[in-house]
Ligand binder design. Sequence first.
Ligand SMILES: Nc1ncnc2c1ncn2[C@@H]1O[C@H](COP(=O)(O)OP(=O)(O)OP(=O)(O)O)[C@@H](O)[C@H]1O
Ligand SMILES: [Mg+2]
Length: 425
Amino acid sequence: MVKKRVKVKWNRIFKPVNDCKKRYRILKGSAGSGKSVNIAQDYIKKLSDEKYKGANLLVVRKVDESNRDSTFAELQGAIYRLFGEDAERVWKINQSPLSLECKTTGNRIIFRGMKDDKQREKVKSISVKQGKLTWIWIEEATELTEADVDILDDRLRGELDNPNLFYQMTFTFNPVSSTHWIKSKYFDTKHEDIFTHHSTYLNNRFIDDAYHRRMMMRKERDPDGYEIYGLGNWGEVGGQIFTNWEVKEISQNPNDYEYTSIGQDFGFNHANAILTLAYKDEDIYVLNELYLYEKDTNEIIEEAEGKFDKKIHMYCDSAEADRIKMWKKVRYRASGVSKEQTTGKKYINVQIDWFKQRRIYIHPSCKNLIKELSQWKWKFDDKTSTYLDEPVPFFDDAIAAMRYGVEPWRKSKKLKSMDISKFGF
Ligand SMILES: Nc1ncnc2c1ncn2[C@@H]1O[C@H](COP(=O)(O)OP(=O)(O)OP(=O)(O)O)[C@@H](O)[C@H]1O
Ligand SMILES: [Mg+2]
């Protein structure tokens, strides 16, 4: 009893993907090619269909906590697009623990991670109420090891009662490294069980002009990154600058930290990024993020309302005095951070060194900072085949906000003896 479709639309390039019944459905593609939206819609459509009664979907990300703001949000969006105002009559949406259940077919979706042994054990002990675990969607699959995927693969076995059902694993990812095991296992080997697919943002008819312009900018400034994130070709993101960070459910309560601050990097064609940051036991915590393109300051202020604590000091780029003034007017404790004179090392390298001496814990809702950090890398010198000590200046707006936000802590020689009220308490 599938109800009327409302606003759901499809990108033609994924038609063979959605028709495919092979065991391994492997989707590599550029950023913004429409992979995640398509897979979410495909699964919601299938799981709502009586034909596939008895099917259950397991959705996996390396870090379980990342599911809520990515795969779960995507699937929930697909439910609303497919069923409009009937959405909640057809699907039961559970926030805690995350799960989705189609009320008409009884088919369910569950979410898991593969971060550590505890999460892996949880995968091994999955049981479903009705039917079988038939489908697995691994989002950002390059984050998983081959052993992780083997554990998942093992979960799909046994006789299926419904002849329409089939076992299938779907991988979606950006092809971050030509030496990745996914390439040799699924792309360099031809096998009747393997279906591979390639898509780019140019195949996505829902991409706006501004996105296209940003990609052209990337092509110019970061040609290696453009190969992967613009063209969806196997490339190399070697030379990653930060590896000392992890995505984690962290407290949103400022009282659980020693200090808090807000960092803002102004932008229009680039993103305007704002982060709430915290400091505790020498480590950095990133609590939330606002990340907007092509908005003027008034619009950004409107979007920020209620998301950021006006008692917490906000550190911004000092070159933009007018914008700082506007934030002050609406009662943010905004001020500019000026570049420090450094001897020997470049200013940004001094900041990078400071970050490298601690860990950075990031709340899973800070999607853009997480994306930026996984792509931010040192420039590569083709002549000498070495990395230079200079970051590729692209897709670094949330990182800039983070750099501004920690300046009071970094510059302070004796953090512990400082006046805490300066930092929002
Ligand atoms: N079928 C669709 N209907 C409406 N909008 C869509 C559709 N497919 C894609 N989009 C739009 O394109 C954007 C990018 O799509 P999506 O997030 O699926 O890309 P992706 O390939 O998963 O990118 P990434 O590799 O960065 O994760 C979406 O946020 C959405 O705005
Ligand atoms: Mg995606």
